[in-house]
Design a protein around this ligand. Structure first.
Ligand code: SF4
Ligand code: SF4
Ligand code: FES
Length: 340
């Protein structure tokens, strides 16, 4: 069946959703997705970040759909026409959704380990308001310890349910979930049971915000100061294919490899993620290419270079000799081009 998205026609299989069809086209017709996750079943329909306008329902029934539709849950019909970036209504709706997502959000990006690779940060950058209209007190939660490897910051959670689906489908059992309803809904372990499954670390990777972060990486570095390398090892629990986040010769963090939609390519086990932080543990394949646009792309490099130039270095760190040395290659002398 045929669907047209922002004037681009594509043929898709029955059962394809509008979001999947947009991803087949690629580029800027792809709506943002905060809760849908193609590697997990039954995700989507929670965040409303992916709203689009369906200007023609189908060939058989060409009436437009009156409301904005969540593209991750809307199946394609033959002859359907959809507007993503060409619809003022859809863009307004996305702005409103962003504003709602931020109502109770702490916005503590400067101290959040997710900053630089956060989908909410990227969404706000593109669709958020510069000011807040929300004057009431923000909803907060008591800190909860959910184990020694995963840090939960419930105040940052957007209740996308991705981690709950991961617990169910990747870990095979679920010992945490969403408790309560509405404003009081929160991710929690039942009776503070620790999440101790060998694949539980994948919840960190699927979380689109800084609600679930890696305790072993906590406050070690901003992600854009790390250099990512693809690496692998022989592992009998998972594929063993990972991305190593290096600071000099030190492996500071290990994650699964992620695609252009920031979704993991293959889930990895906790042993690969948390227990192998020596370079000798890994076969390093080479620098990791970032497909997804994000703050972190500032530190992107996709080919071997004799010198490394970091776009943000001059603005952020000029005058801080010690920090410059840390984030630059040792052999590369820093040149202040403005004064030379
Ligand atoms: S979760 Fe994202 S938007 Fe929220 S504080 Fe962290 S980096 Fe900022
Ligand atoms: S903790 Fe993260 S993955 Fe889980 S529901 Fe909240 S935002 Fe989603
Ligand atoms: S990605 Fe579609 S509703 Fe969240």
């Amino acid at each position: 069946m045929k669907v047209t998205i922002d004037g681009i026609e594509i043929e898709v299989e029955p059962g394809t959703t509008v979001l999947q069809a947009a991803r087949m086209i690629g580029g800027d017709v792809v709506p943002p997705a905060m809760c849908y996750y193609s590697k997990l079943k039954d995700t989507g329909g929670n965040c409303r970040a992916c709203l689009v306008e369906v200007s023609k329902g189908s060939e058989a029934d060409p009436r437009p759909m009156p409301k904005m539709m969540p593209s991750c849950k809307t199946g394609v019909m033959d002859g359907m026409e959809v507007k993503v970036k060409t619809s003022e209504r859809a863009l307004d709706a996305r702005k409103a959704v962003t504003e709602f997502l931020l109502i109770n959000h702490p916005l503590d990006c400067p101290v959040c380990d997710q900053a630089g690779e956060c989908d909410l940060q990227n969404l706000s950058f593109k669709h958020g308001l510069e000011k807040t209209r929300f004057k009431e007190e923000k909803r907060t939660f008591e800190p909860e310890n959910i184990g020694d490897k995963i840090q939960l910051h419930m105040n940052r959670c957007i209740l996308c349910y991705r981690c709950v689906h991961t617990a169910e489908q990747v870990c095979g059992s679920r010992n945490h979930g969403v408790l309560n309803r509405g404003d009081h809904a929160q991710i929690s372990t039942y009776v503070s049971a620790a999440i101790d499954h060998e694949m539980s670390g994948n919840m960190i990777d699927v979380c689109p915000v800084g609600a679930l972060t890696d305790k072993t990486f906590r406050f070690k570095s901003r992600v854009w100061f790390n250099k990512p390398f693809n690496a692998h090892r022989n592992c009998d629990k998972c594929c063993g294919k990972t991305t190593l986040w290096m600071f000099g010769n030190e492996i500071q963090r290990v994650t699964a490899r992620k695609d252009e939609y920031h979704e993991v390519e293959e889930f990895i086990c906790n042993e690969c993620r948390f227990d192998h932080k020596e370079v000798s543990d890994w076969v390093i394949e080479g620098p990791r290419k970032f497909e997804k646009f994000s703050v972190i792309n500032q530190n992107n490099y996709t080919r071997k270079m004799d010198t490394v130039k970091i776009a943000t270095e001059k603005q952020i760190l000029e005058g801080r000799e010690q920090d410059r040395k840390k984030i630059s290659m040792k052999e590369v002398p820093y040149k202040n081009t403005e004064n030379s």
